[in-house]
Ligand binder design. Structure first.
Ligand SMILES: [Zn+2]
Length: 559
């Protein structure tokens, strides 16, 4: 459709501020012009749709989630979500219900998969025996909230051949009791010991949930995302290609996706000729509409891991954990690297030679430093090199992001859940965490994401957290690292513009002439009360457009 919008339009043009204009013309999926109403009006024809928005509305670019596990989320839709409970009894009650429901359906030995538990809620690691009591005999594998540990039942451990004699794999820890017996929790690389026995998802199973998820995202104002892993299982890159092709053919892909691969798929990706930024599902002989939709699915990065996580006490630090004496961190007093430097450098080099850019997960300050060193050595490709999370960064390393052109892919919402734990584990260093303002001041791109399913898919609370540095709905919380707070205009650039630039999409993330018309109509309250974090955390679009076409419209929106 060709559209003329008049009202308060935040174009995000320029380096600061909202870049307000009073009118916007959209045709052919792109912004034709943005500026004064009289000038823009002159371009519109008689058949154009006209939205005259009152003072209560604003228009802004649509958002891209730069770190969302899309296929994992789609898969999780029919799994047990333990985040609904917050203590052991609650977890076991949910599992008992799921087990009974399957028994009633005639399934007594099928896998029960789930996610969302936290050792912080149990006061330590849970055990396989606890699962056996809730669902006797059933193979069960449950990802922790941070996806760095997996809780397994005795049947699951037996199927994977994990016992007292099983050695810890490189970069992983099989949690054990004092007698050396595995307790049922597998951390970091050890979690992968279950991959071969947990059934892989198929395109059939994922199609409907992924389409439903894309619709939910559109309703929140998110029209694109970067998925750091292809599928959460070793199903192979072909499954995802088939999945997105089907969705595109059915006209059910209201979402742009850049999907990264993990190192075990690197050779297959190189053989298939996949290069960062290029469409992977486009050349499939379908009609023009399907081809256009399929182009929305593109190859992302090679995703590697340098260390573990704060929650699993495996983030690699330059100095030991502050509470290491009374609660031993995983892997050693300063946490652990999950891969050797030469290994990571080898993968990055092989990928870069084939046109695939790198992204490295690094949470602790030692891991961030290593990742910066490694990415600095790589040639520049279509997609920017990036570090995922960058939670704790040594002050000497903050300016290096901008200097080296490495993006700091930070999920500000993690600050809400992690602040207390960071203070306990990292002491005074915690105030240096999530260095958003510092990285931006150094000229770095800081694309925001949610890391869903680790956090909910809603991007708005994260924007608010980046501004207030605490839970936006808990006024009494002490802000963490207040010096790294940013204003709403900067936060919106990180939510809309920086993810596009990191992905080499120079024509997205702003509402200026020539850019793709990916845009939102939102209530104007967040802009009027930009000091009120709670208002921003609860903002919701009234309409979401992708390539100038509505993919979501609230029933009450009638311009
Ligand atoms: Zn993640």
């Amino acid at each position: 459709m060709s559209l003329l919008v008049s009202g308060r339009i935040a174009t995000l043009a320029g380096d600061t501020g909202f870049g307000w204009v009073e009118a916007l013309a959209v045709a052919g999926g792109r912004v034709l012009a943005a500026g004064r109403l009289a000038d823009v009006e002159a371009l519109a024809g008689p058949g154009w749709t006209r939205w005259r928005l009152g003072d209560g509305f604003a228009v802004m670019p649509a958002m891209t989630d730069a770190h969302m596990h899309l296929t994992m989320l789609a898969r999780a839709r029919d799994q047990v979500d333990l985040s609904a409970a917050d203590e052991l009894e609650g977890y076991l009650a949910l599992l008992r219900v799921a087990h009974q429901r399957r028994l009633a359906a005639g399934d007594s030995t099928g896998w029960l998969l789930g996610h969302g538990w936290s050792p912080a809620h149990i006061g330590g690691w849970p055990t396989a025996a606890m699962l056996e009591s809730a669902a006797p005999g059933r193979p069960i594998a449950l990802w922790a909230h941070d996806h760095h540990s997996r809780w397994a039942s005795p049947a699951a451990l037996a199927m994977a051949g994990i016992g007292r004699g099983t050695a810890d794999p490189a970069g992983g820890v099989i949690q054990r009791d004092d007698a050396g017996e595995p307790i049922g929790v597998l951390s970091e690389a050890a979690a992968g010991l279950l991959n071969e026995v947990v059934p892989a998802a198929t395109a059939d199973e994922l199609e409907a949930p992924l389409a439903a998820l894309a619709a939910d995202l559109a309703a929140l104002g998110v029209v694109a995302c970067h998925d750091p892993n292809e599928l959460d299982v070793d199903a192979g890159i072909g499954v995802a290609q088939e999945l997105y092709r089907r969705l595109a053919e059915a006209g059910r892909l209201p979402l742009r996706v850049h999907a990264s691969i993990r190192e075990h798929h690197l050779e297959a990706a190189i053989d298939a000729g996949l290069r960062s930024g290029e469409g992977v599902a486009a050349a499939m002989g379908a009609g023009p509409r399907a081809r256009r939709l399929a182009e929305r699915y593109r190859m992302g990065w090679l995703k590697l891991f340098a260390d573990g996580s704060l929650g699993s006490r495996s983030a690699a630090l330059l100095e030991p954990y502050s509470d290491a004496a009374h609660r031993p961190p995983t892997g050693g007093p300063a946490g652990m690297f999950v891969a050797r430097r030469e290994e990571l450098a080898g993968h990055l080099g092989r990928a870069a030679a084939a046109g695939i850019a790198g992204q490295v997960h690094a949470i602790g300050d030692a891991a961030v430093r290593l990742a910066l060193d490694l990415l600095a050595e790589q040639p520049r490709l279509a997609l920017r090199p990036r570090i995922e999370h960058a939670q704790l960064v040594h002050p000497d390393d903050v300016p290096r992001f901008g200097q080296l052109g490495v993006a700091a892919s930070i999920q500000p919402i993690h600050l809400r859940s992690d602040a207390a734990m960071a203070r306990r584990s990292w002491g005074a260093r915690a105030e240096l965490a999530f260095p958003i303002a510092g990285a931006l001041a150094g000229g770095a791109l800081v694309p925001f994401g949610t890391d869903a399913p680790v956090e909910p898919i809603d991007p708005w609370p994260g924007i608010a957290v980046a501004m207030c540095r605490r839970d936006p709905l808990r006024l009494t919380d002490q802000p963490l690292g207040r010096q790294h707070a940013i204003d709403l205009a900067a936060a919106l650039r990180s939510a809309c513009l920086h993810p596009a630039l990191v992905a080499g999409e120079e024509d997205r993330g702003r509402l200026v002439a020539g850019h793709r018309a990916d845009m939102l109509v939102v209530p104007s309250r967040p802009f009027d009360n930009s000091a009120d974090a709670a208002v921003i955390a609860q903002a919701r679009p009234l309409a979401t457009l992708l390539d100038g076409e509505p993919v979501f419209r609230a029933p009450e929106f009638d311009p």
